[in-house]
Design a protein around this ligand. Structure first.
Ligand SMILES: Cc1cc2nc3c(=O)[nH]c(=O)nc-3n(C[C@H](O)[C@H](O)[C@H](O)COP(=O)(O)OP(=O)(O)OC[C@H]3O[C@@H](n4cnc5c(N)ncnc54)[C@H](O)[C@@H]3O)c2cc1C
Length: 416
């Protein structure tokens, strides 16, 4: 089989890239070893995070670093035995999180974040996924008044970004979420961010986008990206439907992208921030209407089609270390104090791997030493959010169109 472009990886990033290439007139074969949206894109918290204009940086305050060093926090945990393995990434991440570098990262990510809702909206409409998406924002909730006050001041400092938000006190919070605990032992207030959208099943959203790709004539094939080889001209990959060749190939394998670029000699410092989720039933009379982030404990509770999805913060460990349920159990204990969750839906937690670059922005663009090879990975905490926008950018670069944002900050050769 011949195509114009092979896209490796059918997560939100690969599927979005394939759709945009297709709409720019390219014939595309999308290859994954499993069904679309079955990787990291299945299990995230479902936030299309238009309000996250500042990327997640490594903390620079000594108090916070010491708190994390004790390894008892629910938001960040590490496996002591894997520390040497993750240390080079952590060191680069820390260096890139200086106030000046964070400003650079914020500027670099802003065009993608700003385009996130409009790019999703176009795909949601044409793929018929409107039933999965809600447009009533998410709630950043706080238990301690001083943390709330600091967050309100920080949000006021973002005024130039024009983000819509409402500060909630216990009364207005309870109007939105009558069965979430407020007041003594509960939340003292919150910021309700109004611009983001939320997705009730991010894996299904990716599948709907993939079905749109197929309806428009795209081919979705099962295959192992490890079979990617140089062909003359271009690239070939082996799939269950037979070998496929194309002049261009895109690596959009999320956390597994290193399996290709390392073999080809690229030294891109892709790291992994692991994270878990589990779903819970809700007892009769209990409800959750919005995604709520417990900002002090670092977990998210989000109403999903499968139940209430509790997603954890970050676990630093070897990517292949088996599931360790302790972080999720810790978050679950804290969450139960605020919302009477019912039984877990699954026997064990789901483990996901956020693909992260230390400078807090993805790699989107040409592989500098191989003609016809392109990269689109490393979207960290915001792959669901910016997947469609970065798919559009990469498709414009592959097809030689004027890119809708400056691609320079995402170049693959920016690392030394
Ligand atoms: C707990 C958690 C919560 C999150 N919450 C949010 C959120 O609320 N909002 C947000 O914007 N982002 C969130 N994220 C981040 C987001 O989920 C990721 O950035 C995004 O899903 C990455 O998408 P991707 O397409 O790059 O990778 P993936 O979805 O992992 O897709 C990669 C694909 O490549 C395939 N693949 C891998 N290796 C091979 C191979 N050898 N051969 C063939 N196929 C292969 C996989 O099967 C997979 O389908 C969260 C992440 C986690 C872990």
């Amino acid at each position: 089989m011949k195509a114009d472009v092979i896209v490796l990886g059918a997560g939100i990033v690969g599927v979005s890239t394939a759709l945009h290439l297709q709409s720019l007139g390219r014939s595309v074969v999308l290859v994954d070893r499993g069904p679309p949206g079955g990787g990291t894109s299945y299990g995230n918290a479902g936030l299309i995070e238009r309000s996250s204009v500042v990327p997640y940086a490594f903390p620079r305050s000594l108090t916070t670093v010491l708190r994390y060093a004790l390894n008892r926090s629910s938001d960040v945990r590490y496996h002591a035995r894997d520390l040497l393995h993750v240390a080079p990434f952590l060191f680069r991440y820390w260096r890139q999180s200086s106030p000046r570098n964070l400003q650079i990262a914020t500027r670099a990510m802003l065009p993608l974040i700003e385009a996130s809702i409009t790019e999703h909206d176009a795909l949601i409409e044409t793929s018929g996924a409107g039933d999965l998406v809600r447009a009533d924002g998410w709630i950043a909730a706080f238990k301690s008044p001083h943390r709330l006050a600091a967050a309100v001041a920080e949000a006021a400092g973002l005024a130039s970004y024009g983000l819509r938000r409402v500060v909630l006190n216990p009364t207005t919070f309870a109007e939105l979420e009558p069965t979430v605990r407020t007041g003594a032992g509960g939340f003292c207030g919150a910021i309700h961010w109004l611009d983001p959208k939320t997705v009730a099943d991010p894996g299904e959203l990716t599948r709907r986008y993939a079905r749109l790709f197929e309806r428009r004539g795209g081919k979705l094939l099962v295959g192992d990206a490890a079979s990617l080889a140089e062909a003359s001209p271009g690239w070939s990959v082996t799939t269950e439907g037979g070998p496929v060749t194309a002049p261009d190939a895109v690596v959009a394998l999320g956390p597994q992208s290193g399996s290709i670029f390392r073999r080809l000699g690229y030294k891109i410092p892709l790291g992994i921030k692991r994270g878990y989720h589990r779903h819970y039933t809700l007892p009769a009379g209990v409800s959750l209407n919005h995604a709520i982030v417990d900002e002090e404990a670092g977990y998210v509770l989000a109403p999903m089609r499968q139940g209430i999805r509790l997603t954890t913060g970050i676990e630093f460990a070897h990517a292949d270390r088996p599931v360790d349920a302790r972080q999720l159990e810790h978050a679950e204990r804290l969450a139960r104090q605020l919302l009477p969750l019912g039984e877990p839906v699954e026997a064990t937690p789901w483990l996901g791997r956020r693909p992260c670059l230390p400078d807090m922005r993805p790699v989107i663009g040409a592989a500098c030493r191989h003609k016809g090879l392109w990269f689109n990975f490393g979207h960290a905490h915001h792959g669901l959010t910016v997947g469609p926008a970065s798919g559009r950018l990469l498709a414009e670069l592959v097809t030689g169109r004027a890119p809708f944002v400056d691609p320079a900050p995402y170049r693959s050769d920016r690392f030394r």
